[in-house]
Design a protein around this ligand. Structure first.
Ligand SMILES: [Zn+2]
Length: 703
């Protein structure tokens, strides 16, 4: 008895000592009080142990076991499976929303040479030894195509137009090679320019058709070993993809700005601004090289030469190609699955995570690595809730559909629930592909920089055994970042290309997008399958586990914090930097004075919020904490302009928009006016931007 009570006493003393020592050594995470930090730390330590690499591997194998293009029976089966899993996990609200959207599938893609000789492109990806996925019969794999290409039939000479960007056509014109009436043959390029931008450019220049091929200089043998020996694209790999003009408006082209519910009005196809009028098809380099060998004409400029062992020429010579593209242009159902874990204290506030489910074929990396990661995250949280744990705020999981077409189901869902999301959404964290390599990649609004930075200090790199943030700094120092990656841990330059777009640009919800990346040359081809992921992208699935840990910690902190971990001091500072950049490109910097002053006001409001946050966290007065939460939640909304950007009203965010290439454009209104050289427009855009920044500062309580 005596000894037992002594042990209990000693244990209690040890616990107090340990807790105190812990409290001294580990600062509370951003947004948490010292008092609630130990409880959060305990749940985080439990959570970090839970994700299983083996389970993620099996889940990735399952989700990518068969092609599952949006709207297909297999896509529906996977949607049903996810819905059932959410129910098994005990999520309170599980829903499947159906939207009927324009979702063209291919009926024919013919590319054939008619002169100087007859030859027909097989348009077929060849099986590779040891990979059964690549041996599937063609009817199972489907035709490679460009979704939303016009249907049509043309026979025309071919002109090689580099990357197919406007400056490339200018150059051709200067050389004296007309593109009008010809078929443009262009490269998918690195740095990436969205294929829809290439289509729009070719259409505007009067081309009769467009062929986009994967040059080995960009994603094939010139980069390194090709699949199955390495990560790069083999000779016959074809990059499928949408060419829709969703930089004008994403989502169902027939319901721009509203949801494609059964009763919703539809516009006529002829009125849909996002639909291309040109026919377009993708090619492997193996097929493209046959055309390039026969193209004739003058030699191409040095920068346009790829890695094929031939002389790159511009055309206007003997080569004539016949292209026929037919799509069925059907309206099909797609399925959004959501599941909600109800919050215990602020259930109305929603922290949303999502990933798309549909793939062009197997989608080993894109998106099934992300789908497997999301299901593992959902499972681990369900284990915690079974044990009696509850997040303070509600957590929503979303499995999106038809992302590959035009970010379709996330856009429709965001449009359908715009009112409640603008009222209640705290943040949206997107994962498209979870892991194609080891390099941590994050992009986010600046309000989330600090949260992501702290999480990257906590989660460890599975190979280097140091925090992800430190491993990231090492790759920057060694200059081994994949092409186009940010040198900041979190890039604050958000373009488009995944499902966060509706949340940021239409709804004004803070967003982040995270993944691990590496050399990946099989994008949107049949070689992006489970074997690629398991043998090359992430053997051992350890970076998938790290991604679940990062995603989960962000979610747990957003859902549990006493005050939302959103940092508007950093936001204001970043916008000031963006204004500085814009000023450097404009002759009269004083035109941007109003925007500069408003950005400073946002930074100061953010600084002032941090002082109030500290006071509120030390007093822990519920009313004060909740009032602060409301202000933090609404600040991003204030950065929307209800009238939208000039020429594209769907895009309403004043700080971020995609360029037509999908590359990020910061301060889009100002930068576009600067580019046009129109002083009046620059001043007007500066005033509009300043208005949003001041509204955000006022929302945060600055008068
Ligand atoms: Zn994707």
């Amino acid at each position: 008895m005596r000894s037992a009570s002594f042990i209990v006493m000693a244990a209690i003393v040890a616990m107090i000592v340990a807790t105190t020592a812990w409290q001294r050594s580990v600062p509370a995470p951003f947004g948490f009080s010292e008092a609630s930090a130990p409880e959060q730390s305990a749940i985080e330590r439990r959570f970090l142990q839970m994700p299983s690499a083996d389970r993620i591997r099996e889940s990735n194998r399952f989700f990518s076991s068969a092609p599952h293009i949006a709207g297909s029976p297999r896509d529906r089966e996977l949607a049903d499976y996810i819905r059932d899993q959410f129910t098994v996990f005990g999520f309170e609200t599980v829903t499947m929303s159906t939207y009927d959207v324009l979702l063209p599938w291919p009926e024919e893609t013919t590319v054939e040479m008619v002169a100087p000789r007859a030859w027909r492109a097989p348009m077929r990806e060849e099986p590779v030894p040891g990979d059964v996925y690549t041996e599937a019969p063609p009817e199972q794999l489907g035709l490679a195509y460009h979704a939303y290409s016009a249907s049509g039939d043309v026979t025309a000479p071919v002109v090689y137009a580099g990357s197919g960007n406007p400056e490339d056509y200018d150059r051709l014109e200067a050389i004296g090679i007309p593109i009008k009436g010809a078929i443009a043959l262009v490269r998918y390029s690195v740095p990436y320019s969205y294929r829809g931008f290439k289509a729009l450019t070719a259409q505007q220049r009067g081309a009769a058709g467009l062929l986009i091929y994967s040059d080995p200089a960009d994603d094939g043998f010139a980069k390194g070993r090709v699949y199955p020996e390495g990560p790069w694209g083999p000779p016959s790999h074809i990059q499928r993809g949408g060419i829709v003009y969703d930089f004008l408006v994403p989502g169902d082209p027939l319901t721009p700005g509203w949801a494609s519910t059964p009763a919703a009005p539809r516009i006529d196809r002829s009125e849909a601004v996002s639909l291309p009028a040109i026919i377009s098809a993708p090619l492997s380099w193996k097929d493209a090289s046959v055309l390039l060998e026969s193209i004739g004409g003058p030699e191409a400029p040095a920068e346009w030469r790829g890695a094929l062992p031939l002389t790159y020429r511009l055309g206007g010579g003997p080569l004539v190609v016949h292209m026929r593209v037919r799509a069925d242009d059907r309206v099909r159902p797609i399925w959004t699955v959501t599941g909600t874990i109800r919050g215990s204290e602020r259930p109305d506030q929603l922290v949303i995570v999502g990933n798309h489910r549909d793939a062009w074929t197997y989608g080993g990396v894109d998106p099934s690595s992300g789908t497997a990661a999301m299901m593992e995250l959902a499972r681990t949280l369900s284990v915690l809730t079974r044990g009696g744990w509850r997040p303070k705020r509600s957590i929503v999981f979303a499995s999106w559909d038809a992302e590959e077409f035009t970010l379709t189901s996330s856009t429709e869902w965001g449009e359908e629930h715009a009112g409640s999301l603008q009222q209640n959404a705290v943040a949206y964290i997107n994962v498209d592909s979870a892991a194609s390599g080891r390099h941590f990649t994050a992009s986010a609004v600046p309000a989330l920089n600090r949260l992501i930075g702290e999480v990257a200090q906590t989660v460890r790199d599975p190979a280097a055994h140091i925090p992800i943030a430190a491993a990231f700094r090492d790759t920057v120092a060694a200059d081994t970042l994949p092409g186009g990656s940010s040198r900041d841990l979190v890039s604050n330059r958000l373009g488009s290309g995944s499902d966060y777009t509706v949340f940021l640009n239409f709804l004004g919800v803070p967003v982040a997008d995270v993944s691990f990346r590496g050399p990946y040359g099989v994008y949107h081809s049949i070689y992006d399958n489970h074997n690629w992921v398991a043998r090359i992208g992430d053997p051992g699935f350890r970076y998938h586990v790290a991604l679940v840990q990062i995603w989960g910690l962000m979610l747990l902190r957003l859902a549990n914090a006493d005050t939302l971990p959103l940092d508007y001091e950093d936001y204001g500072r970043r916008v000031e930097e963006f204004v500085n950049e814009a000023e450097k490109t404009w002759s009269s910097p004083s035109d941007l004075g109003e925007a500069r002053a408003a950005a400073r006001a946002l930074r100061e409001a953010g600084l002032e919020v941090e002082a109030r946050r500290l006071r509120a966290l030390s007093t822990r007065n519920t009313a004060t904490l909740e009032a602060l939460d409301q202000q933090l939640m609404r600040a991003e909304r204030a950065l929307l302009d209800p009238n939208g950007l000039p020429g594209r009203p769907w895009y309403r965010h004043l700080v971020f928009a995609p360029k037509f290439t999908y590359a990020p454009e910061v301060l889009p209104g100002v930068v576009e006016a600067v580019r046009q050289g129109d002083g009046e427009r620059v001043r007007a855009a500066s005033a509009r931007l300043a208005g949003g920044l001041r509204r955000a500062a006022e929302t945060l309580g600055k008068r």
